[in-house]
Every structure is written in structure tokens, then in C-alpha cells.
Design a protein around this ligand. Structure first.
Ligand SMILES: C[S@@+](CC[C@H](N)C(=O)[O-])C[C@H]1O[C@@H](n2cnc3c(N)ncnc32)[C@H](O)[C@@H]1O
Length: 362
């Protein structure tokens, strides 16, 4: 999609791409942020962008060399691709993962995420690096507003201003940072006789997801299954269970979220292999004996199974001839129709009133 800004036409695309035309690479909240920042900033100011999911702001504001804090590998790829397709040069130091400290910052931007826990975590990152006279701009669609955004913001800032709504989007402008100390706090989840740890914003922080629990009740790893992947691994609870059943197996974990992968390193034996990625590009075809997954289908406020089906297709290629794919899903998603097309056989091996477990053979 084309966007005109600052005398130039930018071509901005989503990554991963979608055939759903209602899913756009930016929305009115991004436009409002851009308008505000371009009135505010001069070329010498340092800007940090958080959760700019498809790199709309990173690309349109390229002249200011903003720094992007990136949790999702797919976010990083979106920025890289949009820079290339607009013939821009991306400096390697302009992308940072969320556990790295930021340089002193004049303007922090947060595209408000769905998870309030993630919002607070992002706010903390910026609060730590913001100069005393710095400002934080948070953009969101008004339908997603909750007073908790104000409550959380007021823990860190004295002044909170709300902009007027424009095209159903609004900004929170935070100024005058409070002098408070805070550290990265992890969340504990007790499950069985173990306490799992995870960073804020990682999937299901109140409890181990019920679909995952159902999957683990029914998962038996065979002695012959030596090369195993926990796909979309979150905090690593599935990989941990696999390693308890087969301590000598070579277990891999893949997740698009950096904070999920870093969380899983706290929960899973260090002999496992941790991959921060949104695809199986680092696995060769026909190398895996078993892939286990509670796959994603929600992406912030969007429900989109294109990414999920894309992952299933890659699993099919990476499995050995004798390999199997075991996954759990909400019944209403009706994955069987898609899995039947990709795999030689696909059967439902367990179900309850909410979830189904599928076993697919290559
Ligand atoms: C339903 S959660 C499951 C997490 C964990 N396995 C569990 O059972 O608690 C799905 C996970 O998929 C991850 N994810 C989303 N898109 C992905 C992709 N393209 N590749 C790998 N992981 C992805 C999300 O970050 C999230 O951690």
C-alpha cells in the first residue's frame, strides 16, 4: 500500500503478507502518531519505536533514524523488507530486542499492544532511557481504550494528556517522568510440581493454557522419536514435558517472540536448541521425527489462520517420511479440513468440549 509523507511516496507492506484485504499494514493510530511526531521532532532528536508491527513508522520516519524495539522476528523482517523495497538503508544498530537497554531517548513511541502487561513492560523500557524533558507518545484505536492505560501510565509519569480522537484513533502523551526504580520482573506460573517463568506479554501468563494442558495429558513421545520440535513454543512448557519423557532427544523450540524464547531458556534444559524465528527456514527438509504444537491463531486483535496454515505446510516438509505432527486446537477452528489437504493422514486422537488433538502423518 502506498503512503505519501514528507514529499515522498512510500510502499508499505505487511510481513507476513495476507490475502485478507481488510488487514492493512497501518491504521489511523499510526497516522496520528506520525502527524504528532513530525510536528514535534527535529533531526537531532533520538526516537525509539515500540510495537510498530509492520514498520510503518520506522520506514516513514527513516530520515530521523529511529531505533526500533523488536519483540517479534516477523516485525524485524517487516522493517527490513520495507526498507529494501523503499531503497532505504537500515543500520544494524537501529534494531534492538526488548531486554537490551536503550540509549538516551527524547521521544518514545508505543503502538499500544493488546496485552496491558506488555504495555507496562514497554513503558518501563522507555521510562528507563527517557531524558528528563522527554515525551512518550502512545497510539491506539479508541475502541480498545481502557482506563487501565491511564492507571499504568500514571505510575511512571506525572503528566498524562489525551489527544482528541481522529478517525477513531487517539494518543496518550506522557511527560515529566517520575523518579522510580524498576527492574525487569518475570511472572511465575505454577504447573504440576514446577514453577514456569516468563517475561510480561508472553502467551497465557495467568496459567498454563488449557489447550496445552489437554495436549500434555495425551502426549506420549515414542522411544524412536529423537529429533523433535516444539513449534510456537511460548514459555517452553511443551518442550520441557517432552524432555522429561525422552531426556536424550534432540529438542528444538521455535517462537516468533523474543521474550517467549528468552522465557523458555529459563524453563527448559539448556541442552535444547532455541530458535527465535517465525518460520522453519533453519530446518532442513525431512529431518524431524516429531513436531508438537499449540499453534498461534490470534495476532493482537486479529484472528488470521494464514500464518498457521503456512506453518503446517513447513512442518510437512521438515518431517521425515515416518514423522508425525501432533497439535491441539480449539474445535471451532476446524483445522482438519486444512490438515487433510497437507498430510497423508490426519486423525483426531482426543477431544473434549473445547479442544481437539490431531495426529498427522506425513
Ligand atoms: C498458542 S501460543 C502457545 C505457546 C506455548 N506452546 C504454550 O503452549 O503455552 C502460540 C505461540 O506462537 C507464537 N507464534 C506466533 N506466530 C508464530 C510464528 N510464525 N512462528 C513461530 N511462533 C509463532 C506466539 O508468540 C506464541 O508464543
Amino acid at each position: 500500500m502506498k503512503y505519501n509523507f514528507d514529499g515522498r511516496t512510500f510502499e508499505i507492506k505487511r510481513y507476513p503478507s495476507t490475502t485478507n484485504r481488510s488487514l492493512q499494514p497501518w491504521n489511523a493510530a499510526d497516522e496520528l502518531i506520525l502527524e504528532y511526531i513530525s510536528d514535534l521532532s527535529d533531526e537531532h532528536e533520538s526516537i525509539a519505536l515500540i510495537n510498530d508491527r509492520f514498520g510503518f513508522l520506522a520506514t516513514t520516519l527513516f530520515k530521523l533514524q529511529p531505533l526500533s524495539v523488536v519483540n517479534y522476528k516477523s516485525h524485524q523482517k517487516a522493517i527490513e523488507r520495507n526498507y529494501v523495497s523503499n531503497s532505504l538503508v537500515l543500520k544494524s544498530r537501529t534494531i534492538k530486542t526488548p531486554l537490551k537497554s536503550l540509549p538516551d531517548t527524547d521521544i518514545g513511541v508505543i503502538k499500544v499492544p493488546k496485552s496491558l502487561e506488555a504495555f507496562e513492560f514497554y513503558l518501563q523500557i522507555l521510562h528507563r532511557s527517557l531524558k528528563d524533558n522527554g515525551v512518550i507518545v502512545c497510539g491506539f484505536m479508541t475502541k480498545y481504550f481502557t482506563p487501565q492505560l491511564l492507571e499504568i501510565s500514571s505510575k511512571y509519569f506525572e503528566e498524562i494528556e489525551q489527544s482528541k480522537a481522529k478517525k477513531k484513533a487517539r494518543l496518550l502523551i506522557l511527560k515529566n517522568r517520575k523518579e522510580i526504580e524498576h527492574q525487569v520482573v518475570t511472572i511465575d506460573i505454577k504447573f504440576g510440581d514446577k514453577v514456569y517463568k516468563q517475561y510480561p506479554g508472553v502467551f497465557s501468563s495467568d496459567h498454563i493454557d488449557y489447550a496445552t494442558q489437554f495436549l500434555l495429558e495425551h502426549l506420549t513421545v515414542k522411544e524412536s522419536e529423537k529429533n523433535i520440535l516444539d513449534l510456537a513454543s511460548g514459555n517452553g512448557v511443551i518442550a520441557d514435558h517432552i524432555l522429561h519423557q525422552q531426556p536424550n532427544a534432540e529438542v528444538h523450540l521455535v517462537d516468533d517472540s523474543y521474550l517467549a524464547v528468552e522465557s523458555s531458556k529459563m524453563n527448559v534444559n539448556e541442552s535444547a536448541h532455541f530458535h527465535w524465528n517465525d518460520s522453519l527456514e533453519s530446518f532442513k527438509d525431512e529431518t524431524l521425527d516429531l513436531v508438537v504444537s499449540n499453534p498461534p491463531f490470534h495476532f493482537e486483535y486479529e484472528t488470521n489462520i494464514e500464518v498457521t496454515i503456512g506453518l503446517f505446510t513447513q512442518v510437512q516438509s521438515c518431517l521425515k517420511e515416518s514423522g508425525r505432527f501432533v497439535l491441539v486446537a480449539n474445535k471451532h477452528l476446524n483445522y482438519k479440513t486444512h490438515l487433510d489437504k497437507l498430510f497423508k493422514t490426519c486423525s483426531i486422537t482426543a477431544e473434549n468440549d473445547k479442544f481437539e488433538i490431531y495426529e498427522c502423518l506425513k
